[in-house]
Design a protein around this ligand. Structure first.
Ligand code: ADP
Ligand code: MG
Length: 460
């Protein structure tokens, strides 16, 4: 099996093992690393001797069954190897979890927290603060989220994180969960997708002889906690009963001084199904927006991905990919993964030629600073010569700054060459670029203008 294929194969097995095995076994499963699959025998390595022994002793048959199922090989088997090097490499956090798990009293809570996030979301240990690349577009959201993690229910309650799909809402939200598990394990965290909450409510509130008991369990599950993380609230149903239940959950937690964190792809008032009562509750604390990251941040995000996977790449490949995937980090990562998979399979270098070949993006190279100035002038209804010249009016200056910013972001040309085009000092160009970049996350009108101009230029 090729490396990539092996990794995927193992990820599937691991996901299934987490499903099948009891929570007590999860801490031994997480650190396992795959090392090979040959003639139906899967080899995994662990740095935990105890994990190896316990898995072998208590779960051998369950593990073999999962491997048989995923590999579709009736004779599949596995070996777990204890490796001292892996033991040394064991990340500190894994040791921390393990320690907490072994500390007995905290064990149950830490495991419950982990498994709540795990089962609801395929929790990715990646969704931590440490793995979140901070740039202008998400700096504020990052800081606020971190403050909430450090001081739950003290600062911003509820915290409402909104922004388009693929910009890191779930990542930041779960980072609060992870932070709590590692730093504040006594607190109980619950992560839930809105649709799971709704379905859970519907199935428990259904009329039956046990309705009262079921609802009491339901209420306990969602209110007997310290931090609730409710993902994608835009999927809330408009049914009256669901709404009033959500309001009940919210109020009981809020009144007990518990932290509530909510994400959504839009602000509360733009969620048509939401009642006014819930809407005003969600707006009561702090609302923060995540906007698409700028070019440098996008490059850093995939650079990190490459580093985490020990991949070699050329700078221009990263830049090419980052320039062509601007709106959605999930798609950006997907594009990078696609190129790196091709590199791995074909043995080619991960460079701009391969990226071009694999992604076949609309070429943004053909868009010149001239074209950008022209479209920007048209958008603001000013003369393109004024943009290129020294005219000072407010509208012209703004248009000029935006055109300069876009020239840099879209063409990726150096400040010096853009300065030549504008017949200005390169420091002036840098200043204009940075000013817009900074203001984009603060001013909605500006962000909207930039987005519309890009649309005309067909770069989004
Ligand atoms: P959303 O919930 O807003 O749709 P996610 O949180 O699922 O988005 O993020 C999509 C993907 O992009 C995830 O793999 C996430 O880790 C990654 N991602 C988003 N923003 C960042 C960032 N700033 N740094 C690193 N990874 C990020
Ligand atoms: Mg999400």
């Amino acid at each position: 099996m090729e490396n990539m294929e092996l990794k995927n194969f193992w990820e599937q097995i691991k996901a299934e093992l987490i499903e099948v095995l009891p929570e007590s076994a999860h801490p031994w499963i997480y650190p396992l690393e795959v090392s090979g699959y040959d003639k139906g025998i899967l080899t995994v390595v662990t740095g935990q001797m105890m994990g190896r022994d316990l898995l072998r002793k208590n779960h051998y048959h369950q593990i073999v069954d999962v491997i048989k199922k995923i590999s579709k090989n009736e004779n599949a088997d596995f070996v777990i190897i204890y490796d001292e090097k892996a033991a040394k490499n064991l990340k500190k956090e894994n040791e921390k979890i393990q320690k907490k798990v072994l500390e007995g009293k905290l064990k149950e809570q830490a495991m419950e927290n982990l498994s709540s996030m795990q089962s609801a979301s395929n929790l990715n240990l990646k969704y931590k603060f440490e793995n979140f690349v901070v740039g202008k577009s998400n700096e504020f959201a990052y800081k606020v989220t971190m403050a909430v993690a450090e001081n739950p229910a003290k600062k911003y309650n509820p915290l409402f994180i909104y922004g388009n799909s693929g910009l890191g809402k779930t990542h930041l939200m779960q980072a609060i969960g992870h932070y709590t598990i590692f730093h504040n394990p006594k607190l109980k965290v619950k992560y839930t997708k809105t649709e799971d909450y709704v379905n859970d409510f519907i199935s428990n509130s259904r009329n039956s002889k046990d309705t009262i008991e079921n609802m009491s369990k339901f209420n306990k599950k969602y209110t007997n906690i310290d931090i609730i993380l409710i993902d994608d609230i835009q999927f809330i149903e408009s049914k009256n009963k669901t709404m009033s239940q959500m309001q009940h959950t919210f109020d009981s937690l809020y009144n007990k001084g518990k932290q509530i964190v909510i994400t959504s792809d839009r602000v509360p008032k733009d969620i048509p199904t939401l009642t006014a009562a819930l809407c005003s509750r969600f707006e009561m604390g702090l609302m923060v927006e995540l906007t698409p990251p700028d070019l440098d941040t996008r490059i850093e995000i995939i650079r990190k991905l490459a580093a985490d996977n020990d991949l070699k790449y050329t700078e221009d490949a990263l830049k090419y990919i980052a320039m062509n995937f601007e709106k959605n980090v999930r798609e950006l990562e997907g594009a990078f993964n696609k190129v790196s998979a091709y590199a791995e399979i074909t043995g080619k270098a991960l460079d701009i030629n391969l990226a071009r070949e694999v992604l076949k993006c609309k070429e943004t190279d053909s868009i010149s600073p001239d074209k950008i100035a022209e479209v920007t002038a048209e958008y603001f209804d000013v003369d393109v010569n004024d943009i290129k010249g020294t005219a000072r009016g407010q509208k012209v200056s703004l248009a000029r700054h935006i055109a300069i910013y876009l020239a840099r972001e879209i063409t990726g040309k150096s400040f010096v060459s853009i300065a030549e085009y504008y017949n200005k000092k390169h420091t002036t160009i840098m200043f204009a670029h940075d000013k817009i970049k900074k203001e984009l996350s603060l001013k909605r009108d500006l962000a909207e203008a930039v987005r519309e101009i890009k649309q005309v230029l067909k770069v989004i």
